[in-house]
Each structure stands twice: as C-alpha cells, then as structure tokens.
Design a protein around this ligand. Structure first.
Ligand SMILES: Nc1ncnc2c1ncn2[C@@H]1O[C@H](COP(=O)(O)OP(=O)(O)OP(=O)(O)O)[C@@H](O)[C@H]1O
Ligand SMILES: [Mg+2]
Length: 250
C-alpha cells in the first residue's frame, strides 16, 4: 500500500493536539479569520500566517504588532508598514483571498551569527518497523527572509554547530536525545489517525529559553538535505529506511 501523505497542516495539528504531552509543544494555531488575527496579535505580538497546504515557505507571512499605531507584515523580502490594524488586515485579506490559511503564534527563533534558524527532525519507520528518529539538521534563514526553508534560500547546517554558542557538546547531545524522543512521539500520535505513514519531517523552532516548538509536520520530507552535511552517516541511515519501505531514491 502507498505511503501516506497528508497535506493539510490544520488536520495534522488537530491530531497532535489530542496528545496531552505534545499539546504544550504546539504554538497556538487557528484558522484564518480577521478577529482571530487581532486577538492573537494582542496576545503574542507576532504571528505567522500561512497557507494550510503550503510548501517551500511560499505564501508564509510574518505579522507584527509594533504598537497600536504600527503594524507590519513581511512576505518574501518585502516588509510593509501600516498605521492601523484594519489597514494591515485588509491588505492581508486581499492577498489571501478565499484560500485556506492558518494563523500561528510566532516563535522568536534562536539565531546563529545574527540569522534565525530552526531544525528539521526526520522520523522514519526503520526496517524493524519501529519509529526511529534518523536525522536532526539545522536550517539557517536567508538574512532578508522570514522562513528558513532550503527552497527559499535557507542554508543547511549541522545542529551541533548551530548550538555551539549556547551549549556544551554534552548538553547538545542530551538536547538531541530529547528531540529524538519528541520526534518518535509525534510519529506515534499521527499514526493513530494516519496508519500508513512511514516517514515524517518535523519543523521544530527553538525559542530563546531553549524550549522546542513543533511548527509543522511534513509527510513528504526531503531526505536529500541530509546529504549536504560533510558527515554522511545520517543520510545513509535515512536512505536505508527509505529503501526498506519502498521510497524511490535518486
Ligand atoms: N509560528 C512560527 N514561528 C516562527 N517561525 C515560523 C512559524 N511558522 C513558520 N515559521 C518559519 O517559516 C518556515 C516555513 O513555515 P512552514 O514550515 O509552516 O510552512 P512550509 O515550509 O511552507 O511548509 P513545508 O515545510 O511543507 O514546505 C518555517 O520553517 C519557519 O522558519
Ligand atoms: Mg516547513
């Protein structure tokens, strides 16, 4: 049977929220609605607005309430300023049109040499049919952009290097074990609703107090980003799993 893919971020988020332990790792996420945007900006100051079925970071917008008289949003490299919530929201609404969009609590990402980064956690069914976290990799955002996606100019980097300014190598190793654990829990939880999943790629944001947040889960994760590291051991492990469940590899 075919490997299961699930496009809707909203559908996947709802399944994750059913888990008591994962719930606290998920930023507040709502369906697009102008009143909801106002409430979330008052609460969080910064939010991400994104297509329910987006990929590559396309259509992702970062919205900020600077003050009652200054709202901004950025998409791509263009930052726009507005003197009121209403002006900002109607501009955003005309951009979104009738497409399905989500609003998500914005997480202030850790930075490396001044650039934001997040991480991708690859979780796969291994040849013994157990969920295994096979890769953890960092993605450093392009200086002018609000997303870290490789396809939007993000740079792939080793997680250890990105964490070096913040943690000792031993602490980073424990952090990775923690991420691997969360990764396996996410897979198990999604599997309750999507039994034919074989692989997922979780986008995890780490905030300034080192708390991990699950931004989204991809069900067609790109294995080749792991080939960009000098150390090919993660990629080899990933490829072995892919071949075991029958994903074609280049
Ligand atoms: N709530 C958020 N807080 C901070 N940064 C975010 C948030 N949501 C998204 N981002 C940034 O934008 C990037 C793209 O968002 P997301 O992964 O949700 O959509 P996508 O990349 O278009 O989907 P896909 O990964 O399927 O291609 C994230 O990797 C992250 O860098
Ligand atoms: Mg993503």
């Amino acid at each position: 049977m075919a490997i299961q893919r699930v496009k809707s971020k909203w559908a996947k988020t709802k399944v994750l929220l059913l888990s008591e332990t994962l719930r606290e790792r998920i930023p507040v996420t709502k369906r697009w609605q102008i009143q909801q945007l106002a409430a979330m900006l008052d609460e969080h100051g910064m939010v991400y607005v994104k297509p329910d079925q987006g990929t590559f970071g396309l259509g992702v917008v970062r919205v900020e309430k600077v003050s009652d008289a200054e709202y901004t949003y950025q998409s791509g490299t263009l930052l726009q300023r507005f003197p009121s919530f209403d002006k900002m929201a109607s501009s955003l609404q005309s951009r979104i049109g009738s497409r399905a969009y989500l609003i998500q609590q914005g997480i202030p990402l850790l930075t490396y040499e001044g650039l934001r980064f997040d991480i991708r956690v690859m979780v796969q069914q291994n040849p013994s049919k157990q969920w295994e976290t096979t890769g953890i990799i960092g993605r450093l955002g392009h200086p002018q952009k609000i997303v870290t996606n490789y396809h939007s100019g993000g740079v792939i980097m080793a997680f250890d290097q990105l964490m070096q300014p913040y943690m000792s190598p031993t602490q980073t190793d424990s952090y990775k074990i923690w991420m691997a654990d969360i990764g396996a829990s996410v897979a198990l939880q999604l599997q309750t609703r999507y039994p034919r999943l074989k692989e997922i790629g979780i986008d995890v944001a780490i905030d300034e107090s080192f708390r991990p947040w699950i931004l989204e889960v991809n069900t067609l994760p790109d294995p080749y980003i792991f080939r960009k590291l000098n150390d090919k051991s993660m990629f080899r492990r990933i490829r072995r799993c892919c071949l075991a469940y029958g994903r074609r590899m280049k």
